[in-house]
Every structure is written in structure tokens, then in C-alpha cells.
Design a protein around this ligand. Structure first.
Ligand code: KIV
Length: 278
């Protein structure tokens, strides 16, 4: 049975912590789904970890749709959330178009968009139309050119604004909100103040759930390691070793061996050669 936003909200009511990971392709989504992760985010972080950009800004809606389709195909149980990329929700009308495509063409079960109270009217309309929306405040990567990459809402004014933002997103009908790169104490207080789940990344353990970027937590992305990500594996090393072994065996002529090849009878081969005049 597919996880719904109601299941996710019940997890908060039961004080059950909610793990979320990103995924960007069919095979990874299958693995996350088998691991029992209830929510998978097809994040626009794919701009960096899959496409090699330096930020999420260049990511297009078409790219997000392409990857979201693959992730949806790889899952049976997880709720799949498609990130709306930069400048694809600048008006409510545009947000309806973009979120509609994410749901209808890619099969996402919800969308995520960045921004505080300014996004509330858009969220209200999307929710009225039956589109579940996850909010995202604190460090919002699509605004990196304005805000840099530092921890957000450290001052009392900014912290109060963040609390207001989350309350407005909740009132607008967001089913959950990502809190990225904010002080742990603030995230804990915010999580207690609202009924909807707060999913943290770089926001401490007081959130209702956590999200990690696939390539960071598995040690696949080596350009840099964000402080808030924990490496649960070093797959870049494992894969590099595997590819080196493969290349060595090809060079030495030991791959493929008979186990990885197929054969035909000598008679059939001779007959084929005779037919081609050899
Ligand atoms: O794009 C992404 O992966 C995200 C997470 C970091 C929350 O927005």
C-alpha cells in the first residue's frame, strides 16, 4: 500500500520519527523503497549530484519530470515528492501548471516548493486543487545567489520570521515542511508548535523527521561534504575499486570468462562460415 500524506501526519501524532531520502533514478528508488523509507524526495539537488551544476538554479522542470518518472516507477510504497525547480512557481497559475505536470506526467504524489509566507496563497490554491504541498524554509537552495550557504535564522528577528513562515505554511495547508540549515533549538521549538511534520536537514534532532541527499549519505558525491550530512557508506570508493578491477580484467583478457559468455556448436559455426564462403 502506498504511503499517503495522512500516514505521514499520523507518524507525527504518534511521535514516530520520519526518515526521508532523496532519489533520482529507478534503481535507487527501488533500494530506498525496499529499505522502508516512507517518503522519497526527487530533489532539485540532482542539479549538483547528478548533473554536475554548482547549484540547483539551472535545473529545469523537464529534467525534474524525467527523474521523477523514473523514481515513481521504482517505488511501490513510498510517497514520492517532486521538487518544483527555480522559477517554475513564480505565480499561482504557473505553480498550478508546474505542479499539475509533476502529478499528471511524472506521477508524483506531492510537490515541494521553497519559500515562506509569500508562498502561502499559492499553497492554499494548490491544496484546494488536490495537490499535496511540502514547504521548505531556512536555507532555500534556489536562493543561494541571494543568501549564500550559511545557517539561517540565527538572529531573534530572523528566527521569529521563520516561525511565522512555518505557521503560515501550515495554515495554507502544507502537509509538511523541510527545515534546512537552521539552529537546532529553533527547529525543535517550531516542530513542537505545529501539527504538521517538520523534516530537518542540518536542523538538529528535534525535528519530526530528517532528510538526507542520497549521494551525500552514501559517499557518492565527493566534490564536497556538507557538515550536516553523515556518510553511511563510501560507495564512491567501492565503485571505483569495482571499475578498476573490471578494467584490469579486460586489459588482461580474463574478462569475460566462459561463465559470462555463451557458445554454439562447432558444427553450427562451420556451417555458418561455409555459407559465407569461408
Ligand atoms: O533538493 C533537495 O534535495 C532538497 C533537500 C535538501 C531537502 O531540497
Amino acid at each position: 500500500m502506498r504511503t499517503t500524506i495522512l500516514d505521514i501526519q499520523k507518524m507525527k501524532q504518534r511521535t514516530e520519527r520520519i526518515p526521508m531520502v532523496t532519489a533520482y533514478d529507478y534503481t535507487s528508488a527501488q533500494i530506498a523503497d525496499r529499505a522502508g523509507v516512507p517518503m522519497i524526495l526527487v530533489g532539485d539537488s540532482l542539479g549538483m549530484v547528478v548533473l554536475g551544476h554548482t547549484s540547483t538554479v539551472p535545473v529545469t522542470l523537464e529534467e525534474m519530470l524525467h527523474h521523477t518518472r523514473a523514481v515513481v516507477r521504482g517505488t511501490q510504497r513510498a510517497l514520492v515528492i517532486g521538487d518544483l525547480p527555480f522559477l517554475t512557481y513564480t505565480t499561482t497559475e504557473q505553480a498550478i501548471q508546474s505542479a499539475g505536470r509533476m502529478m499528471q506526467e511524472a506521477g508524483a504524489h506531492a510537490v515541494k516548493l521553497e519559500g515562506g509566507s509569500a508562498m502561502a496563497p499559492t499553497i492554499t490554491r494548490l491544496v484546494e486543487l488536490g495537490i499535496p504541498v511540502m514547504g521548505h524554509v531556512g536555507f532555500t537552495p534556489q536562493s543561494v545567489n541571494q543568501i549564500g550557504t550559511r545557517v539561517q535564522a540565527r538572529s531573534s528577528t530572523d528566527a521569529a520570521q521563520l516561525i511565522e513562515d512555518v505557521l503560515e505554511l501550515e495554515a495554507a495547508g502544507a502537509f509538511a515542511v523541510v527545515l534546512e540549515l537552521i539552529p537546532a533549538q529553533l527547529a525543535a521549538v517550531v516542530s513542537q508548535r505545529v501539527r504538521i511534520p517538520m523534516i530537518g536537514i542540518g536542523a538538529g534532532a528535534g525535528c519530526d523527521g530528517q532528510v538526507q541527499v542520497w549521494h551525500d549519505m552514501l559517499g557518492l558525491y565527493t566534490d564536497f561534504k556538507p557538515r550536516h550530512s553523515k556518510r553511511y557508506a563510501n560507495l564512491a570508493d567501492v565503485i571505483e575499486q569495482a571499475i578498476t578491477s573490471y578494467a584490469d580484467e579486460v586489459r588482461a583478457g580474463t574478462f569475460p570468462d566462459s561463465e559470462h559468455s555463451s557458445s554454439m556448436t562447432d558444427e553450427a559455426l562451420q556451417a555458418a562460415l561455409a555459407q559465407t564462403g569461408e
